[in-house]
Design a binder for this molecule. Structure first.
Ligand SMILES: C[S@@+](CC[C@H](N)C(=O)[O-])C[C@H]1O[C@@H](n2cnc3c(N)ncnc32)[C@H](O)[C@@H]1O
Ligand code: SF4
Length: 461
């Protein structure tokens, strides 16, 4: 009984989204009742120094890379919407700063993502970073990351970030293969890369970048070039992103029309294992299933990236479309920038959806996200007895050598590397599967639900 008996390679799962529970406009639209209850919990409950991570979404970019489905708006450098956005964000910070619960959280890890936070003019970026310092106690913050894009990274915004406490800067390089860069609409040149690396180095920032696999037409040789280059360049934290083509990524439409094919599950799995082995052989250590670190550069590790997936931490998420989980409410903010700004002027609520999370769901979350993303579930986190589904799944997975039980944890076995999402999905309940469908439906454009396998955009099973 092996892992392959459980999950034939053509059926190995991939999960494009990493929220659990997801919240969506089908089932979780904010109602008067849920708004009152969520507000009451934030006002009355005490967080008692519960650990937390903080995410802040900046939905602006200079150009739209053809593969990207994130909630972004392409804006000109002087677009006044960025000032309006910063005004609204400061109001959202103020809202949480006034809540007893949020004030009682111990924020330890911060991630400013997007989009491209450095699309903001320096003056607005300063207001946002300063706003965080003014509204939250950041004295316990360990890692403080900002995502940049090479085109908008500059000596002045790097210095500004450095001055205001940001200690990790990450950016997407995606690939060094010219044919792929062209087709992905990636603007930065090799010269720009060299220039920006010199600025990062001058300020003492470790090198952290994202590269992508399972891209249309990408061969194993292409992928080898990108993995090897990351290692040779000494990138301290490498994020390997599997391509998901969902709306509103411009490339999605080509897939939908059958003009472009994504690799098969087996090919994508092979590329994942190719990188996993190469990084391991080069001495990189696992942080999450897609993030690998050089052990000699601890400052490059994103603890945020781990605690995102653990019930030990709340996640306060700010900005348009941000999804968080606080005071046992999973929520999604209004995605549309104009509506988000309008809500701020009305004094909130910033949430468009909210859903109360029970202890049972927190435990499901520890299994689903723990097995899928971190390959382990510490027993100390479990809040309840194992459910019949969890019991049965563990028995089956242990019998097939996919999971190992120790006194401290349930752990994915080395044989099951690459099958982590198949393992994780054993713990997903029917109710939450329904929520996932609703989440996909709540994305801005239409998704192809029943097209042939070759054309299914996300390849999610
Ligand atoms: C939210 S983006 C922000 C990065 C930053 N704006 C930049 O371009 O450098 C973070 C990363 O998500 C990954 N990403 C974007 N679109 C993706 C997709 N369709 N599938 C998989 N990963 C994707 C890319 O690797 C990207 O660097
Ligand atoms: S990859 Fe980065 S720069 Fe490109 S569209 Fe997405 S968020 Fe914007």
């Amino acid at each position: 009984m092996s892992v392959e008996d459980l999950y034939p390679v053509d059926r190995v799962r991939h999960m494009p989204f990493f929220y659990y529970p997801t919240v969506n406009t089908d089932t979780d639209q904010l109602t008067d009742d849920s708004e009152v209850a969520f507000r009451r919990d934030l006002a009355d409950r005490s967080a008692e120094r519960r650990k937390a991570i903080l995410y802040l979404h900046v939905p602006f970019c200079r150009t739209h890379c053809s593969f990207c489905f994130y909630n972004i708006n392409v804006v000109k450098e002087d677009d006044p919407v960025m000032r309006a956005y910063a005004d609204a964000l400061l109001r959202e910070m103020e809202f949480y700063a006034k809540s007893a619960y949020a004030r009682g959280l111990s924020i330890e890890h911060i991630f400013i993502g997007g989009g491209t936070p450095t699309r903001l003019p320096d003056a607005q970026l300063r207001r946002v970073l300063q706003g965080l310092r003014d509204h939250f106690d950041l004295s316990r913050v360990q890692d403080f990351t900002i995502e940049m894009n090479l085109e908008t990274m500059s000596p002045s915004n790097l210095e500004l970030c450095h001055e205001l406490g940001v200690n990790r800067v990450s950016f997407g390089w995606q690939t060094s293969v010219p044919r792929l860069r062209k087709f992905l609409a990636l603007v930065p040149s090799e010269e720009t890369l060299a220039d920006r690396l010199s600025h990062l180095e001058r300020l003492g920032y470790p090198l952290i970048w994202d590269i992508m696999y399972a891209l249309p037409t990408q061969t194993a040789q292409d992928w080898d070039v990108d993995v090897k280059r990351s290692i040779d360049l000494g990138v301290a934290c490498i994020d390997i992103h599997r391509t998901d083509l969902v709306p509103p990524a411009p490339l999605y439409h080509l897939v939908r029309e059958g003009k472009l094919e994504l690799p098969t599950q087996a090919e994508a799995l092979a590329q994942y294992l190719q990188a996993y082995r190469a990084l391991k052989d080069a001495g990189y250590v696992f942080n999450t299933f897609q993030q690998f670190n050089r052990p000699d550069v601890p400052s490059a590790v994103s603890h945020y990236g781990r605690y995102y997936y653990r019930s030990s931490h709340d996640m306060l998420a700010l900005g348009p479309g941000a999804m968080g989980i606080a005071a046992s409410w999973a929520y999604m903010n209004e995605r549309d920038i104009a509506d988000y700004v309008a809500r701020a002027k009305d004094g909130g609520p910033f949430w468009s959806c909210a859903h109360h999370v029970s202890d049972r769901t927190w435990q499901e979350r520890d299994f689903v996200l723990g097995m899928g993303q971190l390959w382990s579930v510490p027993k100390s986190l479990l809040r309840d007895a194992l459910s019949p589904q969890q019991d049965a799944a563990l028995e089956k997975l242990i019998a097939h050598g996919a999971v190992v039980e120790t006194p401290e944890e349930y752990r994915l076995s080395e044989d099951a590397v690459g099958y982590h999402f198949s393992v994780a999905s054993e713990f997903q309940t029917q109710e939450e599967l329904g929520r996932n469908v609703g989440y996909l439906r709540s994305m801005p454009s239409e998704i192809v639900w029943n097209s042939s396998r070759k054309r299914t955009a996300t390849r999610a099973e």
